[in-house]
Design a protein around this ligand. Structure first.
Ligand SMILES: Nc1ncnc2c1ncn2[C@@H]1O[C@H](COP(=O)(O)OP(=O)(O)OP(=O)(O)O)[C@@H](O)[C@H]1O
Length: 259
């Protein structure tokens, strides 16, 4: 059974107005458990909309979404967030800047439970957070009481990644999560991402404009164009792909569009 299944998805923007635009029409996508999909595509090809549809942050016009066989099409975003984690491009999105690292981790750890704060965090749990922070290799395990607002963008993104994957999730969404970082920090976060995804066996979808990351990471490569999958390379074919091959496809598409 696929971990993620999008069946016959249709999505219109500005329906019923002169600006009506059909982005996805009978769109289908299946991701098997443990697959890591890298998604590339030009501006406006529908990458962010696809992620928003999976998360439930925008409604569908028709079609169904299943996670691990469960139909979640009508499930609201906050409920889906228990099984679907998302790391955003904006490093300020995944953490709470006025709270400490410990408080942020405790909040993430209690995701979906009725009480978040005020119950105290026991010593065992703090040790668990420390062990996880140590994996990041940024020395944050000794700074549990530091407010997150005082961390650098890269440190915050590493913490977001950790918080998103701290509790068991069925699906991880990486939404251009290294795009706002300097090249060296982006590299560190990507390596960390690869490690966490592998260790936890997470089914993952990563949208990126970095073609090298799209090739180096992930077990499958998708290219979107005008709401359609125009390239879908599974592991065996993907490993022979080069950046030039993807650029060639981008050029071909833009010539077809008359750009
Ligand atoms: N809320 C919205 N209302 C109307 N049109 C929208 C909305 N969101 C996206 N669109 C349109 O849908 C198309 C796909 O947009 P989307 O943001 O999903 O593309 P993208 O591939 O993520 O682009 P980028 O690489 O620039 O982030 C674009 O033509 C965009 O203008």
């Amino acid at each position: 059974m696929p971990m993620l299944e999008l069946n016959n998805i249709s999505k219109y923007y500005n329906a019923g107005t002169i600006n009506e635009m059909c982005l996805f029409q009978n769109f289908n996508l299946k991701a098997e458990k443990g697959e890591f999909l890298s998604v590339v595509g030009s501006n406006g090809s529908g990458k962010t909309s696809l992620l928003n549809i999976i998360c439930g942050s925008i409604p569908l016009d028709s079609g169904t979404i299943r996670i691990n066989g469960r139909d979640i099409t009508k499930s609201p975003e906050h409920k889906r967030s228990r099984s679907i984690g998302r790391v955003y491009q904006n490093t300020a999105m995944g953490t709470c800047p006025s709270m400490t690292i410990l408080e942020n981790l405790s909040l993430a750890d209690n995701k979906g439970k009725s009480f978040h704060l005020g119950r105290g965090t026991d010593k065992k749990r703090i040790d668990y957070y420390r062990t996880n922070l140590k994996i990041l290799g940024l020395g944050l395990e000794d700074k549990l009481n530091l407010t997150v607002g005082s961390l650098s963008g890269g440190q915050r993104q590493a913490l977001s990644l950790l918080m998103t994957t701290l509790t068991p999730i069925e699906f991880l969404i990486l939404d251009e999560h290294t795009a706002a970082l300097d090249p060296k920090t982006a590299e560190t976060i990507m390596e960390l991402t690869g490690r966490i995804v592998k260790e936890k066996g997470l089914t993952t979808i990563m949208v990126t404009h970095n073609l090298r990351y799209a090739l180096e990471y992930g077990s499958r490569l998708l290219m979107l164009h005008k709401g359609e999958i125009v390239v879908d390379k599974k592991e065996n074919e993907k490993k022979d792909l080069k950046i030039e091959n993807i650029l060639e496809k981008f050029n071909q598409i833009s010539i077809e569009c008359g750009n």
